[in-house]
Design a binder for this molecule. Structure first.
Ligand SMILES: [Zn+2]
Ligand SMILES: [Zn+2]
Length: 162
């Protein structure tokens, strides 16, 4: 729950806006795996009968493992989120003059996450045989000393790049 009080926004004229500014610590959003605080900036607009519309800019840094070498990678994320909150009927609802930004912030961060985290575009990854981080240098495994049990398969594989 990331509740934000909207105060008397509902009793203001249609179109009236109120700024939203929020900083949430990474520990308070453990499921997102953040490396840094999450910052939210935007506004809530009174739409009268239609409820309250929220437009947000969400900024944070994700901590992920490199898809090739498993090292920690920090991925800056900046994305938009919007939602309309209603007094009754369709969720999400305005409850006691408070709106919960948690679900839209979660969704925005998850959608903004890169498909594949890499520590650098040309990360060499781990040797599939000995596990050495090949960014630190070659490991000594050569194509010659393939596991003999896999040798028949090797013929089926396309030649390796490099
Ligand atoms: Zn890597
Ligand atoms: Zn190796």
């Amino acid at each position: 729950m990331l509740g934000v009080a909207i105060g008397d926004l509902r009793s203001r004229p249609v179109g009236f806006q109120r700024e939203i500014e929020l900083r949430v610590s990474a520990e308070d959003l453990p499921d997102l795996g953040l490396a840094d605080d999450l910052e939210v900036q935007g506004q809530a607009t009174n739409l009268g009968e239609e409820g309250i519309k929220v437009d947000l800019r969400v900024m944070t840094t994700l901590r992920r493992a490199c898809a090739r070498c498993l090292r920690d990678v920090e991925l800056p994320v900046e994305t938009d989120a919007e939602e309309t909150y209603h007094e009754s009927g369709d969720a999400p609802l305005i409850t006691m003059d408070t709106i919960d930004l948690g679900p839209i912030i979660h969704e925005a961060v998850i959608l903004a996450e890169p498909m594949r985290a890499l520590c650098k575009p040309d990360c060499r990854g781990l040797c599939p045989r000995c596990g050495k981080d090949l960014n630190e240098g070659p490991c000594g495994c050569t194509d010659d000393d393939q596991d003999p049990r896999l040798a028949p398969l090797a013929k089926l594989l396309p030649p390796r790049e490099e």
